[in-house]
Design a protein around this ligand. Structure first.
Ligand SMILES: [Zn+2]
Ligand SMILES: [Zn+2]
Length: 331
């Protein structure tokens, strides 16, 4: 809102510098004289080169610092961001990656563990708070309505106040959930996304996603135990972003934990150990394997060399040890 003071000076909102009425009128006259195209609203934000950005690379929901944060990535393709998973921290990491939140349009969630969806509602909210008016489509397994409805209910008072007070659209209708099943889940603007149910017990509704763009294919494993059908799904992909767990590190982690044996059994049954990650990448024949969703994520003895050396035993291609805000060009 713009306030005009009695003395004719203008006080714009957000604490912007004062502008005299004369300056404002002169500016308006110049705008009126300018060619029509100069008055067009600016187009969609420019997001920079097509690329994959890892936003959060730790496995599990425990927060011990700003980085690594729980699972989130983004593919930028022709100035549209495609967000994959919305773990805690995804909003700040998107801004760190210089991706304006108002550009948010599509979010894909692999499964409903909180290290992948805790910030789903809040991410949409944060985009709305900064001026988002376009719909956001959320693709996620069964249960996505409950996740979003719960968030919207928790912020009902705020949303309704800001709609009435600030003239914002209704966030609850702006965010559109879509339940993911196996097969093609999205196809638009030359970009196709397919889903494959992976193996992440006890979660049944858990998916890998394949993004096919002209001349480029990127596959995200999601959270999964060793799952050979994933190699067929990822066959020939340029980039496979695969979760990874390091068995000796898990054993050390379990030894420090009061419910160690149960934790260890869960981790081994539902995640993929380094050498098996390499086996999937080799069987798929992918060019580049990007390690992601590290378990454990906070063991300083596990240097990038430790992860690479272990995966190298079974995969001869390019291995990238992921970290938050790592960018990989897509050409
Ligand atoms: Zn996870
Ligand atoms: Zn999980």
């Amino acid at each position: 809102m713009t306030l005009v003071r009695r003395d004719g000076s203008v006080l714009p909102g957000d604490g912007a510098p004062l502008i005299s009425r004369r300056t404002l009128l002169a500016g308006t006259a110049a705008l009126a004289a300018a060619p029509a195209f100069a008055q067009l609203p600016p187009g969609p934000p420019k997001l920079g080169p097509n690329r994959l950005v890892l936003l959060g690379t730790k496995g599990g929901p425990a927060i011990r610092g700003y980085s690594p944060s729980p699972s989130a990535s983004v593919l930028v393709w022709n100035d549209v961001p495609y967000v994959i998973d919305a773990g805690y921290g995804v909003t700040f990491k998107l801004t760190d990656a210089r991706i304006p939140l108002v550009a948010l349009r599509h979010v894909f969630v692999t499964h409903h563990h909180s290290d992948h969806n805790l910030e789903l509602g809040a991410l949409c909210y944060n985009a709305w708070a900064i001026g988002l008016k376009a719909p956001v489509d959320v693709y996620a397994p069964e249960g996505v309505e409950a996740v979003l409805d719960g968030f919207m209910a928790s912020q009902r008072a705020d949303i309704e106040t800001r709609m009435a007070d600030e003239g914002r659209p209704d966030l609850r209708t702006l965010v559109r959930p879509h339940v993911v099943r196996e097969g093609v889940v999205f196809e638009r603007d030359g970009l196709k996304v397919s889903a494959l149910r992976n193996l992440h017990p006890p979660v049944v509704e858990s998916y890998a996603y394949k993004f096919e763009m002209p001349g480029r294919t990127v596959v995200f494993s999601g959270d999964t135990a060793y799952f050979p059908p994933l190699a067929d799904f990822a066959r020939g992909a340029d980039i496979l972003v695969h979760e990874v767990a390091y068995e000796p590190g898990l054993e050390a982690l379990a030894a420090r934990n009061p419910n160690g044996p149960t934790l260890l059994a869960h981790l081994k049954a539902s995640h993929t150990m380094t050498e098996d990650v390499g086996r999937i990448a080799a069987a798929a024949g992918v060019k580049t394997l990007v390690l992601n969703h590290f378990v454990p994520a906070d063991d300083r003895s596990l240097t990038p060399e430790v992860w690479t050396d272990s995966v190298r035993k079974t995969f001869a291609g390019t291995i990238v040890v992921g970290r938050d805000l790592l960018e990989i060009p897509l050409g």
